[in-house]
Write a protein that binds this ligand. Structure first.
Ligand code: MRU
Length: 371
């Protein structure tokens, strides 16, 4: 993705110092473009927990690099001491955010890869290579999601005789939520790049406003026509034929097709179902949970602090400020995610193709996961 015409990923190793990992600090977007240095595992864990970076794929990639930073700090006297340190680092990273399955997937991928390396030096080299592989694979899978998903948009465009395809998305499953391209946005960018007219309805996504702040910003950087809407507007638009399809991302999807995504996604799926609007979810295989059958009952839902609901952040006279929205004494509650049952999902767009949101559909694309 380009920012002011320059290509960026969301995470990379510093050019002249490979002991430093750099990320875009998303807390300041869209008003300020700030790059943060991460130099140890505690800084990586804090960046995930306090949402300097966020989004399923980027949380996973940051955990991968967090393990690499931990390897730089780990004791080198014996492989056993090194491994014990790395396991503790993995627990620290996994404790930061519970819903996005990419986090534990990346930590275990690192631990499994390092277990194959006999010496401390080889374990360290493996941690570095695996972190880069996780990031490269994330970007590549998102690019492929775009190639598979674009045919759905193309089909709708043909039916509309080239009129703009109106796509509604929730939260930010864009470039900023992954290493590059995004998931929900990848088919949109691909359609736009191929000259297929698209227009995106961007849900603001309270309480942290990832749609209004991040999705709107990155679509704007890429020149994709879009309109920010309050979270409550989608149902009205769908009733009036103003939405041709919905595409969201996901933080964890069961192998049976239940989708955990940013809070409010379920309500959009219900409205889409009631109005016959196709509802697609785009994800890389790292966001599948291969152990859980029932998403509503079994996916852990993160609860965050009440201040995210009570305060709102914006730009005032050139400064980023937070203002109180509610009566100071009113309590607030802040569930970060909800689960959309598979029956409301038209299809899953993955790096291997599009499938039905069902056990058969998912395992048909990933036969090696059949027990
Ligand atoms: O809390 P966040 O911002 O890390 O939430 C994750 C998300 O951005 C969304 O739920 C997204 O739609 C799926 S992850 C790409």
């Amino acid at each position: 993705m380009n920012v002011h015409g320059k290509h960026y990923r969301t995470i990379w190793v510093k050019e002249d110092d490979d002991r430093v990992v750099q990320v875009i600090d998303q807390r300041f977007l869209p008003h300020k473009f700030v790059i943060e240095d991460l130099t140890n595992v505690d800084e990586a864990a804090r960046a995930i927990k306090e949402m300097h970076i966020r989004g399923a794929g980027l949380v996973g990639a940051t955990a991968g690099f967090g393990m690499y930073l931990a390897a730089l700090e780990a004791p080198r006297d014996s492989p056993e001491a090194f491994t014990a340190f790395m396991e503790a680092a993995g627990e620290k990273l996994k404790a930061t955010r519970p819903t996005a399955v990419n986090l534990e997937w990346a930590v275990h991928r690192q631990l499994d890869a390092m277990a194959e390396a006999p010496t401390v030096d080889e374990k360290m080299a493996t941690a570095f290579q695996t972190a880069k592989d996780i990031a490269d694979e994330d970007a590549d899978f998102c690019r492929r999601i775009g190639e598979h998903g674009v045919s759905i948009i193309e089909e709708i465009s043909k039916r509309k005789n080239g009129e703009p395809v109106n796509i509604l998305t929730h939260c930010n499953a864009g470039w900023l939520a992954f290493v590059d391209y995004g998931t929900a946005t990848a088919p949109i960018y691909e359609a736009h790049n191929r000259g297929i007219p698209v227009h995106v309805w961007v849900d603001e996504t309270r309480p942290r406003n990832q749609g209004a702040r991040l999705t709107a910003w990155e679509l704007g950087q890429h020149g994709v026509p879009h309109t920010v809407i309050a979270d409550n507007v989608g149902g009205h638009l769908m009733q009036h034929g103003m939405v041709d399809m919905v595409i969201t991302g996901t933080d964890r999807t069961t192998y049976t097709g239940d989708v955990a995504n940013k809070i409010g996604t379920y309500l959009k799926a219900l409205a889409a179902h009631d109005n016959g609007v196709p509802f697609y979810v785009a994800l890389p295989s790292s966001s599948f949970d291969w152990n859980i059958r029932d998403g509503v009952k079994e996916i852990p839902i993160e609860e965050r602090g009440e201040d995210e609901v009570k305060f709102i952040q914006g730009l005032h006279r050139g400064e980023i400020v937070k203002v109180l929205l509610t009566p100071a004494e009113s309590p607030a509650t802040n569930f970060g995610f909800d689960v959309t049952p598979r029956k409301y999902v038209t299809g899953l767009i993955t790096e291997r193709g599009v499938c039905e949101a069902s056990e058969e559909g998912v395992l048909g694309l990933y036969p090696e996961k059949r027990q």
